[in-house]
Design a binder for this molecule. Structure first.
Ligand SMILES: Nc1ncnc2c1ncn2[C@@H]1O[C@@H]2COP(=O)(O)O[C@H]2[C@H]1O
Length: 133
């Protein structure tokens, strides 16, 4: 398996909690490398475009309002099986059921305020990286 790239977003709740460094430390310790990064405050249009796949879901408006509520830290991670590895370290979408020791278990609050996003497939990673970089 070749080295992969994936998109990771530290969401507004985690940025506001001042845990960017703590989260990055977990990613780096697991062997993932940050090869590009920036802090952005998304517009409603940007958030809606980025999450377009969820536009018909019941949680879409809540998700967009949350994602524009404060700055986010966007990074490209590189590593062996980076997409899968990143999602393992992140934990399940719902922090209350995420495995203990995962980022969402430790820093998330609910399905919306869940600290971090990571691409869910190779196709998503390509689209999401090219959206922001
Ligand atoms: N059942 C849900 N209720 C609220 N938000 C959700 C739900 N399922 C998914 N989401 C949000 O939709 C987001 C899509 O990708 P993320 O990895 O950013 O994390 C997800 C959650 O924040």
């Amino acid at each position: 398996m070749k080295t992969e790239h994936t998109l990771s977003i530290i969401k507004p709740d985690a940025v506001a909690k001042n845990v960017i460094g703590a989260i990055i430390n977990r990613l780096e310790t697991s062997g993932l490398m940050i090869v590009n990064a920036k802090i952005l405050q998304l517009t409603s249009i940007q958030a809606s475009e980025f999450y377009a796949a969820h536009q018909n879901k019941f949680f879409f408006n809540e998700l967009i309002n949350f994602m524009i509520s404060g700055p986010i830290f966007i990074q490209i991670l590189k590593g062996y099986q980076a997409i899968k590895k990143n999602r393992e370290i992140m934990g399940a979408t719902d922090p209350t059921v995420a495995l203990s020791g995962t980022i969402r278990s430790d820093y998330g609050y609910n399905c919306t305020k869940n600290a971090i996003h990571g691409s869910d497939s190779k196709k998503s990673a390509i689209r999401e990286i090219s959206y922001f970089f």
